[in-house]
Design a protein around this ligand. Structure first.
Ligand code: ZN
Length: 277
């Protein structure tokens, strides 16, 4: 191999995977933005084709390239000039970033699994944040993909994942039940225990306490931030009456935790290979 093509090959090896995952992420983001917009309204995801909400013109391929179309048209519809919601490019960028970060920090195939987890969690996080809704089909897909990835890792990992799924669901279901008995009102969305079960299938039962703890911490931080922003601190208990998207918080903590966990293993195995040589 000539030095030049060797260099090109090494660049491809270093940046090819992150780029591929970023592009896949941007496309998924485009789909996720449409789905999370239309599904809660009971509208079909495939029909009608994407169109401008103001002038009703159907968007063509040129208008649908994630992020780039938005930048090229300066955030406006190409035909009528009405500003396009920033939601689309933001979700596309978030999903592309999940792919890019996974590809840069993790080797294959871990990068694929962590990216696939991140894309699913992001869609669920958006739906829970905007609508307090965690649709069963998406939570089911999350659980099934978690068990599938665990099965590839052998019987022991699969067993850890199955126990994780059962434990995750049971723990949050029990907390929700006790809260309702003691306080006389519902403190948690019905989808949260199912989501935590699906998360258990991805992270295993051992990681559930830390994921829940970080998620709850995020939720409290978020509540304090909102209360300060809205000036609600002064009227006493109002802050604790606020409804929080717990699902969004544990979705974020799960992804960050799994990313760090996988990185750690990579670093440890790199060190042990070095010491063996
Ligand atoms: Zn338009």
């Amino acid at each position: 191999m000539s030095p030049l093509s060797a260099q090109a090959a090494s660049y491809l090896a270093t940046f090819g995977l992150p780029t591929l995952l970023a592009l896949l992420g941007a496309c998924w983001g485009s789909f996720a933005a449409t789905l999370s917009d239309r599904w809660p309204q009971g509208r079909s995801i495939v029909q009608p084709r994407s169109h401008c909400e103001a002038c009703q013109r159907t968007l063509t391929v040129r208008d649908l390239i994630p992020v780039l179309s938005y930048i090229a048209a300066r955030g406006r519809c190409r035909h009528c000039g009405v500003p396009v919601s920033r939601r689309y490019p933001l979700i596309e960028i978030a999903c592309a970033s999940v792919g890019l970060v996974s590809g840069l920090l993790l080797p294959s195939p871990d990068s694929f699994w962590v990216a696939a987890l991140g894309w699913q969690l992001l869609l669920l996080a958006i739906l829970d944040a905007e609508h307090f809704w965690l649709p069963n089909p998406l939570v089911g897909l999350l659980a099934a993909s978690g068990l599938g990835v665990a099965a590839l890792g052998g019987t022991e990992r699969l067993l850890t994942a199955i126990i994780g799924a059962a434990a995750g669901f049971t723990v949050l279901f029990a907390i929700a039940y006790l809260y309702k008995r003691i306080r006389g009102r519902t403190g948690m969305g019905g989808g949260d225990p199912k989501l935590f079960g699906a998360i258990g299938a991805w992270v295993g039962w051992q990681a559930l306490p830390i994921v829940l703890l970080i998620g709850a911490g995020l939720g409290i931080g978020f509540a304090i931030f909102e209360a300060i922003r809205d000036g609600a601190v002064t009227n006493g208990g109002a802050m604790w009456q606020r409804r929080l998207p717990l699902g969004t918080c544990i979705a974020i903590s799960t992804w960050v935790w799994l990313l760090l966990d996988r990185m750690n293993l990579t670093v440890i195995s790199a060190f042990s290979t070095m010491s063996l040589n």
